[in-house]
Every structure is written in C-alpha cells, then in structure tokens.
Design a protein around this ligand. Structure first.
Ligand SMILES: [Zn+2]
Length: 483
C-alpha cells in the first residue's frame, strides 16, 4: 500500500490529492541545468526541493522514475564556447560533471536519468515533424516555428493572456515569425555553430522542444508530475504543453505541475543575467553541504527564499547545530557499544512518541511537502532527546534505537545527518587527520575561521578533502590530490 498525499498543482491553483496514472508508478520530470558556467545556489534550491519529493515518494511506496534533462546546447553555451575557445558540447560536459559532484555532496542522488538534449535529436525531429503535419507549426528558410494562435490553451498555466505576452514595440521581432509570440522549434545553423541534419536543413533544436521530446520517449505522451522553478512557467512550460499536446493529440501532458520558489537576493531572483549570483561550489566549501541543504529545507518550497549575505547561512549553521547536537550525543553512545548493552527501557509514553513521530512527519510532508514544519517537529523531538543527556548511558540498545528513529527519518527523507563514510587512507593517516580536525573544530568554536580555513587548505595540499556535516566532519583522501 502506498501513502496518500496532496500537492499544490499550479494548473489547478490549489492543493489537491495526488492520483498516479498507474499506481504505484510515478513519472517525474524536472527541468535541469544548462551547464554553461558554474551553478549558483539558486539552482541548488530547485534540485533539493525535488530530491526531497522523490525521496518521500519512494519511502511511501511509489516507484518513481525521476528524469532531469541537461540542456547541453543553447545560445549561452555557444557564446561561452566561442569566448573561451572551447567546443560548447565539451564545455557543457565539463560543467555538468561539476554539477554532479555538487549534487553528490548535497546528498541529492535521487535522479534516475540525466538525458542530454543532443542525444535526443531523432525524437526532437520526429516531434517537430508531427507538429508540422498537424498544422501547429510552420517552416521558413530552415527555421521551424510553433504557431501559438493554433493552441487556444496557451497561457493557462501561467495565467497570462497571449496579447499581454507580446514584446513591446521597442523589441525587434524576428521577421520570419507570423506572430511575435511564436517560438522556435528548430533553428538553422549559423556558420561555425554545431549543427545536425534535418528535413529543414542543418540546424539545432530550440530550447523548449528538448523537454517534450525527452519525456515522450522516457515517460510517454502523458505522465504524472512535472517540476521546475517558478520562473519557467512562462514561456517554457506553456511551450511544453503546446508542443506535447499538439504533437500527440493527447491531453493533459502532465497531471500535476509543481513549481519551486525562487532564491532571491535584494528582492530579485538570483540569476547570472541579474549579476547577483553566489556559486554553489564555493558555498559548499565555505559552510558545508549540509548547512546549505538545511537552509533550503527550512522554508516552504513554494515561497521565495531571500538570501542575505552574512546572515542566512550563518543562521542555518546555528539552527542545524542545535538540531544535531542531541543526535550526535546519541550516536556517540551507540559508537561506545550502546547497542549491545543491557539497560533500562524507555518510559512507555516516550517510546510511543518516538515511534509515532516518523509517521507524523510523513503526514506533514504528505500535505504539500512542508519541510519547514517537519523540521519544527524535529526540533521538538531534539529537545526531548536532549533531556536524556547523560542518562543515555543507562538505556538499553533498543531504547537508543527508538530514540533515534525521528532523526533516521530525517536522514532518509530530508537527507540530513548523513551516515558516515570512511576515507580510503592508510590507518596511520587517520589519527593524524583526527588531530588536525580537532584543532580545526577548536578554531571554529572560538570563531577563528581564518585558522580553520588554513588547516583545511593544508590538509587539501596533502590530498585530504573535508566535508562538514552537522554531526561530524567527514574526510576523504584523494591519492593524486586532485580533490
Ligand atoms: Zn525544461
């Protein structure tokens, strides 16, 4: 049996019960990155939002096929590639590898498939041909455009009227288009640009068509759930609906649309084009992946999240430390052999609360993924656990396991308090690294972050990579020192 849940569906404009097309399967597609430069922390927010959605659905018994596309060719990649003297496809591969490393550090490993746009050229050409055949598109001199006037539902998702979407008089409209709101499905290649053969001449796909060609192939003409940042509602997701429903004649394309709120800085969306970006890698290095993950999740996913330099992540660090401290104490007790030790059992009401809490937390997430409320409930449990303090050593192994259950739920669903993984260094290394880590944590405790960073850098030179988590600092030894 799967757990029932409800989700805010953008198209319906309300929270409604989720009914999979073919239970227990759920097809999930989320718009992924265009890896033309290092990702910023705004990208990370959307990724972590849907990582928790996928984790929760799997815990509740659903079989989730989670597809996140990679736009490995677009105008920005071509411009960047030219500026850096690099092949744009190779540039995309390079930055995508960086994205994967960041996702790994952030404990976000729930995606099943990362399809690259350029691996789906046959599907893209097939879908454009279908749109031409059904009268939704027109070809002009090697370009193909979607004729928005042919699709009356265009604008429904974002709640906008087509007339309002027309660019102002100052913006130059492509003279090949029949109407300014029409968008490109296929673009003829300029000299020197990557190009693929097509019935309309050599060229490359427009941005929107890759998503629907990929999902038609991997998830079918209709599927369950589409996610992305709220900035993609228009025109990207409107275009997806128009393309897929126009080409297949089947509607709706998806049964539920989920949109994650924007990460903002000074009231504006964080974006390269605005120039207010904070790098994802640099933030992970500075505060640790777990603090960043906690920062994202300690807010409702649909609300804008306002980033304040020198404040937001520092508050997250403190909040996570408070939440983690009693659990760290519990883990230490377990590491000291607490699991096999005889001892007292818990008072029945405490045991009942601990056992019931994971189900209560599931219930909170089952109402539109309220991660902030779940974290608030965990804080309550942390206070109870904290009261056991030194009395933990009098408890039986079973009692310790019971007390940890709500935190293990958080590890499984929220991806916090990850389990330890060991470094691959020889054993004599470990004790030396431990000494350095202790010195570093003393430096951090007294607020000497310069010294702490100095120790990190020194270890890095020896090939030892640190990763800060709430309950411990993990480290890995990279023999070649490549990090
Ligand atoms: Zn997309």
């Amino acid at each position: 049996m799967v757990r029932a849940f409800r989700v805010y569906d953008t198209l319906a404009g309300e929270v409604r019960p989720f009914v999979p097309r073919v239970a227990p399967r759920i097809g999930l597609f989320v718009c992924g990155v265009t890896p033309y430069a290092e990702a910023h922390i705004g990208h990370g927010r959307t990724a972590i939002t849907f990582d928790v959605v996928a984790r929760a659905l799997r815990r509740w018994g659903y079989r989730v096929l989670y597809v996140q596309n990679v736009t490995n060719l677009d105008d920005r990649l071509i411009v960047r590639g030219l500026a850096e003297g690099r092949d744009p496809l190779e540039l995309a591969e390079f930055h995508f590898q960086g994205w994967l490393r960041a996702m790994d550090q952030l404990e976000a490993r729930s995606v099943n498939v990362y399809p690259f746009a350029t691996d789906y050229l046959p599907e893209i050409i097939e879908q454009i041909s279908a749109l031409l055949g059904r009268g939704f598109a027109y070809a002009v001199d090697g370009d193909v455009y979607y004729s928005v006037a042919k699709f009356p539902d265009y604008g429904r998702l974002s709640g906008q009227r087509v007339e309002a979407l027309r660019p102002g008089a100052r913006i130059e409209v492509d003279p090949k288009k029949r109407a300014p709101e029409d968008f490109a499905l296929w673009k003829t290649a300029k000299p020197g640009e990557p190009a693929w053969p097509s019935p309309w001449g050599p060229g490359r796909p427009g941005w929107h068509i890759e998503d629907t060609a990929i999902t038609a192939r991997l998830l079918g003409n209709q599927y369950d759930l589409h996610g992305g940042g709220t900035d993609l509602k228009f025109p990207h997701h409107e275009a997806e609906i128009a393309q897929a429903e126009g080409a297949s004649g089947q509607k709706p394309l998806v049964n539920y649309w989920m949109h994650a709120g924007m990460l903002q800085m000074h009231g504006e969306k964080m974006a390269k084009s605005v120039g207010n970006v904070i790098g994802l890698d640099e933030t992970i290095r500075r505060v640790g992946a777990e603090v960043l993950r906690f920062y994202y999740l300690n807010a409702h996913y649909r609300s804008p999240l306002n980033y304040e330099e020198g404040k937001s992540l520092e508050e997250a660090r403190e909040g996570l430390a408070t939440l983690a401290a009693p659990y760290r104490r519990l883990r230490e007790e377990i590491l000291r052999g607490g699991l096999t030790r005889p001892g007292r059992e818990l008072p029945p009401e405490v045991a009942r609360t601990a056992t019931a809490l994971p189900h209560r937390l599931d219930g909170i997430l089952a109402e539109d993924f309220q991660t902030r409320e779940a974290i608030a409930a965990l804080y309550g449990w942390g206070r109870t656990l904290g009261e056991w303090g030194s009395k933990l050593e009098t408890l039986s192994g079973a009692a310790l396991v019971t007390l940890g259950a709500p935190y293990r739920w958080a590890t499984e669903v929220l991806g916090l308090f990850p389990e330890r993984t060991s470094g691959k260094a020889p054993p004599e290394f470990a004790s030396l690294v431990q000494v350095a880590l202790e010195a570093r944590s003393r430096a951090r405790a007294r607020g000497d972050f310069g010294e702490a960073d100095h120790i990190r850098q020194a270890l890095l030179k020896a090939g030892i990579v640190l990763e800060d988590h709430s309950t411990e600092t993990r480290w890995q030894w990279k023999r070649d020192g490549s990090g």
